[in-house]
Each structure stands twice: as structure tokens, then as C-alpha cells.
Design a protein around this ligand. Sequence first.
Ligand code: FES
Ligand code: FES
Length: 154
Amino acid sequence: MSGVRVVGRYSFILNGRPTTVEAPPGYTLLETLRQILHLTGTKDGCSSGDCGACTVLLDGKAVHSCLTLISQVEGREVTTVEGLAGSKVVKSFAESGAVQCGYCTPGFVVAVEALLRANPNPSIEEVKEALRGNLCRCTGYVKILDAVKMAISD
Ligand code: FES
Ligand code: FES
């Protein structure tokens, strides 16, 4: 039948608040966040798992929201960069000059948050490993590593 749009109803915790959204079952979490919930802090850099710009926390772990279907988050806890406003990681990125165009920044902030929740005092090698999937075309990564060091020492 043409003209019939199939949508599912999904409930989860988003940035600490119970949230229910109607979305096509094939939508990714990234599409749902940006297009339906209008949370545009999470960026779409590649839509294919290669850049890390879309990173969010799912039950506290960093995932690519472009590779996560909305149906997979039912009953789970999602944190986006909006939910990390005011955090020490956000502050350290701002204070270290780690933000140029800013497109990669939300993904880095979320990935660093996930790392520090799991390991509050990582080595620089552990930091590099945790951020391996996040790409930045502007900074050369030096300032980003400075920001992570600041967040670790905070
Ligand atoms: S947009 Fe998801 S990894 Fe690039
Ligand atoms: S600050 Fe521009 S891509 Fe990282």
C-alpha cells in the first residue's frame, strides 16, 4: 500500500529524562536525535562509522549513533553532548583551544567522557587508543590531547 508510513514507538532515557519518540524503525539513533528530537549537537560526519562525530553514550559506553538503530536503544540510557553541558571535559576543550571549526568536538567530548568514566587516570597511549575512531581535520590533535590532559588533572 502506498502512502502508509510505518513508525515505531521507542522509550528510553535521554540525558537523564524519560523520552518516548515515534520514528521509522529503520532510523538510526543519529537520525532520530537530529531530525525528530532536534538535538543537533551530535554531528553527522560520514554516516558510516568512520569519523566519530556522531558519538554518544549508550549505557555509559561510547557508540557511533550513525550505526545504532533507534530500536536498539529501547529501555536504555542515552547521553548526548547536550547532556554533558558544564562538564569538566567540555570546559577543558574550551579552555585548551581544542575547538576550531568544532564539527568533531561533540564526538571527542563524548568519547573522552566515556574513557574517563571507565578509567579516570588513563595513560596518553590509552587516550590515543580511546580516540582512535575520532577524526579532526583542523587541530592536528595536539590541542585535543592537551584538553584531555587538563580534564584528567582536574
Ligand atoms: S557520522 Fe558516525 S562515525 Fe561518522
Ligand atoms: S575542530 Fe574542525 S574537524 Fe576538529
